[in-house]
Design a protein around this ligand. Structure first.
Ligand code: G3I
Length: 391
């Protein structure tokens, strides 16, 4: 019976542009659903409504976010869980260059679009509407990245069989792309975005300072500086400009990153470093904390945890270990915050284990049935041990 109500409600919410009718504890099928069925006025519990809320617990500390994919918004229980637990979101894939660049239009008139490739924002529309209707803020992810950026962008005639574009042309394309995205955000969604990953994962994993990629090959060694320069020029009001990377706590990588971000910071063009934090229980929270302090001190920037997941280990009691680790990790974040390190947002990379990009490693805080895991209670206990008691 409950399932039937949920299905009706889900369809109604999707048709009416998602969940604006749902409240925190009791969900009343009212305005949006009544446009489909005038007679119904049914109150239901969300599957997860009795849980402590991360966004409420950490309301005075930072935004608490999750990565969202469009299909999750078609699942009413998942949608309600997002609303209960989070006040920030990141589009998991739909704001990356391969979603935003409009190949068909660009290729339809190469001369017209040579310096300014066409863009469209169809992929992320439903997620941003959901965020707006439900009071979530958004991290923009991501502008300049070696991955999920189509190869054709880097060729003179947008033809991968032809020659690569030269520095001058690629600088124009980079500037115009950043300008177009920021102008769209400012016009269509003023105030929605509070941070943007301007450059993502530019550091090499080993050895060299920068990852080899087509941005580096076409523009040259200063492509990161130029990206931040353009971003500063066109940034919408209230948006912080971020560099974002994984394993950013590792010593060699953090030194590389600080080294190539120094000139960006000196030019006043960067506001934050994003610690992606795809980690496991192996990750030493002390050295992680040291890295956070170092970025803040050396570059004068704020910090965000942008993509946290904690992979399980191979032990039989992995769930408990993951839970204990989540608590220890979060206690470190709170300690840093209390020291005065400006940590402004904390985002987990997905909602449930089964929708995670690393689903074999069960790295998230809710299982596939939306049940809270010990790792969820670990995040709660770090702030409020009483709230984490389940009996
Ligand atoms: O959309 C296509 C679909 O049409 C196709 O049928 C299907 C078949 O594999 O693939 C779908 O695309 C997948 C896409 O996610 C959307 O689900 C890609 O294969 C898959 O590679 C892609 O993975 C994403 C990954 O970035 C790509 O680099 C993950 O969902 C996403 O969580 C992950 O996110 C990154 C951050 O942006 C940056 N930091 C690391 C993080 C984890 O890799």
């Amino acid at each position: 019976m409950k399932k039937q109500i949920l299905l009706i409600m889900c369809a109604a919410l999707m048709l009416s542009g998602c969940a604006s009718a749902a409240d925190k504890d009791k969900k009343t099928e009212n305005s949006s659903a009544s446009s489909q069925s005038k007679s119904s006025n049914t109150t239901i519990d969300s599957k997860t409504s009795g849980l402590p809320s991360l966004k409420d617990l950490y309301a005075d500390d930072f935004y608490v976010g999750t990565a969202v994919s469009p299909y999750q918004l078609g699942d009413i229980d998942c949608m309600l869980l997002i609303k209960e637990q989070f006040n920030s979101m990141t589009c998991e894939n739909e704001m990356k260059p391969d979603s935003i660049l409009d190949k068909q239009t660009t290729l339809s008139d190469i001369d017209k679009y040579r310096e300014a490739p066409a863009v469209h924002f169809d992929s992320c529309r439903s997620q941003l509407e959901f965020a707006e209707e439900n009071g979530l803020k958004v991290r923009g992810h991501t502008l300049v990245w070696y991955s999920q950026t189509p190869e054709w962008l880097f060729y003179k005639d947008y033809d991968t069989n032809g020659e690569l574009a030269d520095r001058e042309l690629m600088l124009k394309r980079m500037e115009n792309y950043i300008k177009a995205v920021f102008e769209w955000a400012d016009t269509e969604h003023p105030g929605l975005f509070y941070a943007w990953d301007v450059v993502n994962e530019a550091a090499a994993d080993q050895g060299q300072a920068k990852r080899d990629c087509l941005w580096l090959q076409t523009i040259g060694d200063d492509y990161i500086e130029k990206a931040f320069e353009f971003a500063r020029k066109y940034q919408p009001e209230g948006v912080k400009l971020y560099y974002n990377d994984y394993n950013a706590f590792q010593m060699n990588k953090q030194l590389e990153i600080i080294d190539f971000l120094k000139p960006v910071a000196e030019a006043g063009n960067i506001d934050g470093v994003g610690m992606q934090s795809h980690i496991g229980t192996w990750c030493d929270t002390e050295s992680y904390g040291e890295a956070v302090r170092r970025y803040n001190k050396e570059l004068g920037v704020e910090i965000s945890i942008t993509e946290l997941d904690i992979s399980k280990d191979n032990s039989d009691d992995w769930e408990k270990k993951q839970g204990d680790y989540a608590q220890k990790y979060m206690e470190k974040i709170i300690q840093l915050k209390n020291e005065g390190v400006p940590i402004t947002s904390f985002t987990v990379w997905g909602v449930t284990d089964t929708s995670s990009w690393k689903k074999q490693e069960s790295p998230l805080f809710f299982d596939g049935n939306l049940n809270p895991k010990p790792s969820f209670y670990g995040l709660v206990a770090a702030k409020d041990p009483e709230a984490a008691k389940t009996e």
